[in-house]
Design a protein around this ligand. Structure first.
Ligand code: TPP
Length: 324
């Protein structure tokens, strides 16, 4: 990983964000095992470099982010409040959606995050619509649209990319290719090797990126954001990655994947790789890293405590905040 030319502050920020996502997800898994979480959550463990690199390549709070069912990482990397997120995941009244949305609908509009999304491919037209609005209003905003490899076989993907390219909308489409849609390998349902090849069919650039390399993700997304901001339209970026855990917290994730494959990808852990690069290039010491981790551990502990102590919504609130 080439960290030359980067300020120590920025690299440590990348490390802190990736570690924060990892720790948050590990806590989510623990809370699920303790029976404290209603429903399920899809953890982002192993994929942290994508949200971190991409969300640091936009102007936070100005640009838009549209997420997925595996959305905690996108929210954390965009600066969402950990306590409100954790409370939402535990179904508590103090959560982002007053405990009514849960993991798959956690949303932080003050951070311009258009929401996690339980519908596979559902965030893609939302992102495209946001980009269309920005273009019409000439606001200079760019939208990041995250989605998985399986979502690239949804109609929403094709219709949105076609429209965005034809109208030169300021949007960057980011495929998080973790190789599986639940238990189905992408190779079984798609004939092409690189999903980014599809970009050619719509008339936009297509880029393949090592999704476990935060610097590479950051650089490629930044280039695409600059193009979009200049009015030159969308880019499709495919980040090759792997989820270390099962599809969701209740799935061990081992019946449909080879153990060697899991180990191979774990060796390419994005957090470990950045840590090694920081230490080998004498940018940070083991102590610097430990200090960051200690600080993040405390933040996560506080978020968990806040969520656990918060009340559930009253049954009488069930019909509030509805669109009717
Ligand atoms: C429209 C729709 N179809 C099916 C599902 C059920 N489902 C939930 S997650 C998932 C797989 C998604 O895979 P991918 O898009 O690659 O994202 P990943 O889970 O790998 O991050 C499916 C089929 C759904 N939520 N929405």
């Amino acid at each position: 990983m080439n960290v030359q030319g980067y300020e120590k502050r920025q690299l440590l920020e990348f490390y802190s964000t990736m570690y924060k996502i990892r720790k948050f997800e590990e806590e989510v898994f623990e809370l699920y095992k303790q029976g404290l979480m209603p429903g399920l959550a899809h953890t982002y463990v192993g994929e942290e470099a994508i949200a971190t690199g991409a969300c640091n390549a936009i102007e936070k709070g100005k640009d838009y982010v549209a997420s997925t069912h595996r959305g905690h990482g996108h929210l954390i990397a965009s600066g969402a409040d950990l306590s409100k997120m954790m409370a939402e995941i535990l179904g508590k009244k103090t959560g982002y959606c007053k405990g009514k949305g849960g993991s798959m609908h956690v949303v932080s509009l003050e951070n311009n995050i258009l929401g996690a999304n339980g519908i596979v491919g559902g965030g893609i037209p939302l992102a495209t619509g946001a980009a269309y609005t920005s273009k019409l209003k000439n606001t200079g905003q760019v939208t990041l649209s995250f989605f998985g490899d399986a979502a690239t076989n949804q109609g929403t993907f094709h219709e949105s990319l076609n429209m965005a390219a034809a109208w030169k909308l300021p949007v960057v489409y980011i495929i998080e290719n973790n190789q599986f849609g639940i238990s189905v390998s992408i190779k079984r349902v798609t004939a092409i090797k690189d999903l980014a090849e599809r970009a050619k069919a719509y008339g936009m650039p297509g880029v393949v990126v090592d999704g476990n390399n935060v610097i590479e993700v950051y650089e490629k997304v930044k280039e695409a954001v600059e193009l979009a901001r200049k009015g030159e339209g969308p880019t499709l970026i495919e980040c090759k990655t792997y989820r270390f855990r099962g599809h969701h917290v209740g799935d061990p994730g081992i019946e449909y994947r080879l153990q060697e494959e899991i180990e191979e990808w774990k060796a390419k852990c994005p957090i470990k790789r950045l840590k090694e690069a920081l230490i080998n290039n004498s940018i940070a010491t083991e102590d610097d890293i430990k200090n960051i981790e200690r600080d993040v551990d405390k933040q996560i502990e506080e978020a968990v405590e806040f969520a656990k102590q918060s009340p559930y919504p009253e049954p009488s609130e069930a019909f509030e905040d509805l669109f009717v």
